[in-house]
Design a protein around this ligand. Sequence first.
Ligand SMILES: *Cc1c(COP(=O)(O)O)cnc(C)c1O
Length: 376
Amino acid sequence: MDDLQKRTWAEISLKNIRHNYEAIRSTLPQSCRFLGVVKADAYGHGALAVSEMLQQAGADYLAVSCLDEAMELRSGGITMPILILGHTPPKYTETLIENNISQTISCYAKADEYSQAAVKTGKELKIHIKLDTGMSRLGFLCAGNHYSEGLQNVISACGLPGLIHEGIYTHFAVSDEDGEENEEYTREQFRLFTSFIDDLNKKAGIQFEIRHCANSGATLNYPEMALDMVRPGLLLYGYGDTKGKLGLKPAMRLVTTVSTIKIYEQGTSVSYGRRYITDKKERMGVLAIGYADGLPRASSNKCSYAAAGGLAPQRGSICMDMCMVDLSDLPQVDVGSEVEIFGETNSIYKLSEAAGTIPYEILCAVSKRVPRVYID
Ligand SMILES: *Cc1c(COP(=O)(O)O)cnc(C)c1O
């Protein structure tokens, strides 16, 4: 890293991601495939770097949310299969086929459009059928009285020319949440998913090479739901295993530096809106990180960061490019000192809870301005 970047940066350990990959893999049956979710720039960790590592480590599949993300990986030399979880305009069907990118199909109308486009090219598009078993987002409706209509729609979609139905999947709504009701809901989604697949086979002889449903929550909490492939994201990056079952290691450490330090008299207001007033003589540091770097403004006045010698409470509103911390009890912290916003010392959950959000959002929010530094 050059000195120009020594403002705020994200240290990323690919070694930790590999460790996490292997820790998850070791819980799976031998035949179970591993799909690494690398959408949103691999949750901020750098999609190409993470994908190269996963490809080398022997993962089977990658998933992204859109064509741009898939093409970034193909342009970077990633050759393993890629699944697009979201929508791709059917006019890009040829691009999908030529780049060996599999497309999620979430309803019959879309299947029909891709089919027509594929037939025009004379080639076949690999598809994964998505079922909506209770997430109420993308997917063929199949719960309750939509069951037989859903079945008919999927049978029709799979019969269209130009499409190879390689996979079928669904997504859980509460597999990562504790409690009996959540467990029941997840088991019901799974039951619906598997019986739907059985019926496709019984009624129309349709089979899929890859049946998958396990996101991080299910990979961790419901090993019996692994089926032919698991599909974790968050676990790969070292989060989501709150009980420490797998011994995962956080892969990102967000670090900033102290720009300046001043001593304020008691009763001095700090930052926009004057939302913090010093209650004694205070030694206040200005950190070179703000909400434009991804530090959530909603966490203003509610969190503390790890500096040499201990935690520095954040004071006043977080600004676009800066924020203030109380260094009164940390005399060894000086101008230029490093401060860990989150990482192995200062848990990301502290920051996400202070901001009223989840680690996913904190990771994805680390902005483009923050250089990623691969430490191993
Ligand atoms: C994002 C996503 C995942 C990964 O979710 P995690 O909770 O990070 O494991 C898996 N499947 C689908 C369809 C997703 O959109």
